[in-house]
Design a protein around this ligand. Structure first.
Ligand SMILES: CC(C)(COP(=O)(O)OP(=O)(O)OC[C@H]1O[C@@H](n2cnc3c(N)ncnc32)[C@H](O)[C@@H]1OP(=O)(O)O)[C@@H](O)C(=O)NCCC(=O)NCCS
Length: 338
């Protein structure tokens, strides 16, 4: 136990779901306001893990009142910081100070663990630069990222402003410009080929520095497993997730994965096109078709995250009218890559 800003910081595994629930309810409200994300199912999952006392992390207490928490998960020798969140009241320190205190504790613990060789964090809920101090002090690299959103059926997404059929017509027109390419809905049979495609698409890519799962087929399959079979990043929506096949070889050459993050909001969790097929408007075709399907299914918005320096992808999204709604940071510590 240590004391900073008159806070007590204790091991997360001393706390039950019941003690953390009010804090998670406040956090869920912020996810909804800031990112249009219904965080309640993720919070419920987290509460189950808390009751199982398996999550490494810390809780901040202000005069006995739970005011913040942080947790991480381990994937082999990598630790991923899952979340940090704190609330302020009139008499307590500003929230960011409490969060930075929690981060300092967790980073110290992880960097002194012999079995941890890499740490990754993406603080999606929190604004760019707010938590950079503990990370920079501890040798992390920081990668600015964007949270973008687009109203389904508005602006460039569906120039007619009409129903999903108009967007689908535009997608059909794009299909005509891509002979030899088949556009289909996602099927579970695509799973293994999708892992291979993701690994190929991210060879030498900036995002593989942020998430090292992209560097191997096994890692890409784990990433895919978390997206498709696990409700951690919204609920995977097979009806609006798409794949592109080369008609002659049958090989998978592109995909777009979409999850439902709120009743009427979808989120692109992955989009990629094989290197040899880029700049043929296949990325555009995937987004166009997805928007048409979302419109037909009554969604009102589509969101995504992208690394700010990934100009190709940002240009693609901007061409559909996606706007930056929020900026956040990804952080990586890996002494072998320093
Ligand atoms: C991003 C990606 C999916 C784009 O796929 P693509 O099929 O090459 O894109 P398109 O041909 O449909 O391009 C559509 C628009 O995007 C923009 N764009 C795409 N690639 C671009 C590039 N290399 N340079 C500049 N603009 C680019 C352009 O506005 C383009 O429209 P235009 O051709 O009329 O100029 C592809 O580059 C990719 O798989 N990258 C690696 C994975 C990745 O970064 N995914 C996004 C993670 S958030």
């Amino acid at each position: 136990m240590t004391s900073t800003f008159q806070l007590e910081v204790l091991d997360l595994r001393h706390f039950s779901a019941r003690q953390l629930r009010p804090l998670l309810e406040q956090e869920s409200r912020l996810w909804s306001e800031r990112l249009r994300w219904d965080y309640r199912s993720s919070a419920d999952l987290l509460l189950q893990y808390l009751d199982a006392r398996v999550l490494p992390g810390f809780v901040a207490l202000d005069r006995g009142r739970v005011c913040g928490y942080i947790f991480c998960v381990h994937e082999g020798s990598k630790a991923v910081i899952g979340d940090v969140f704190a609330v302020a009241d009139a008499s307590s320190q500003p929230t960011v100070d409490v969060e930075n205190t929690l981060l300092t504790h967790l980073l110290e613990m992880l960097q002194n663990s012999p079995n941890v060789s890499r740490i990754e964090a993406q603080l999606l809920l929190h604004g760019e630069g707010l938590h950079k101090r503990p990370f920079l002090q501890n040798g992390f690299r920081i990668y600015p990222r964007l949270f973008m959103e687009c109203e389904v059926g508005a602006g460039a997404a569906d120039a007619s402003g009409g129903d999903g059929a108009a967007a689908r017509d535009q997608a059909d027109a794009l299909v005509q410009t891509a002979p030899g390419v088949e556009l289909r809905k996602w099927s579970p049979e695509d799973f293994t080929a999708a892992g291979e495609l993701i690994q190929q698409c991210y060879l030498g890519h900036l995002d593989s520095r942020i998430n090292n799962q992209y560097r191997s087929v096994a890692g890409s399959l784990r990433f895919l497993h978390n997206i498709v079979r696990f409700p951690g990043c919204g609920v995977f929506d097979a009806e609006t997730s798409l794949v592109l096949h080369d008609a002659s070889s049958g090989g998978l050459i592109g995909l777009l994965l979409c999850s439902r993050v709120r009743q009427d909001v979808a989120h692109i969790t992955q989009i990629c096109v094989a290197q040899n097929y880029r700049r043929r408007k296949l990325g555009k075709l995937l987004v166009q078709e997805c928007l048409g399907l979302l419109k037909e299914r009554g969604f009102s918005a589509l969101t995504l995250t992208v690394t700010a320096a990934n100009r190709d992808a940002v240009a693609l999204y901007e061409s559909f009218g996606f706007k930056v709604a929020h900026r956040f940071d990804a952080m990586v510590w890996d002494p072998e890559e320093a």
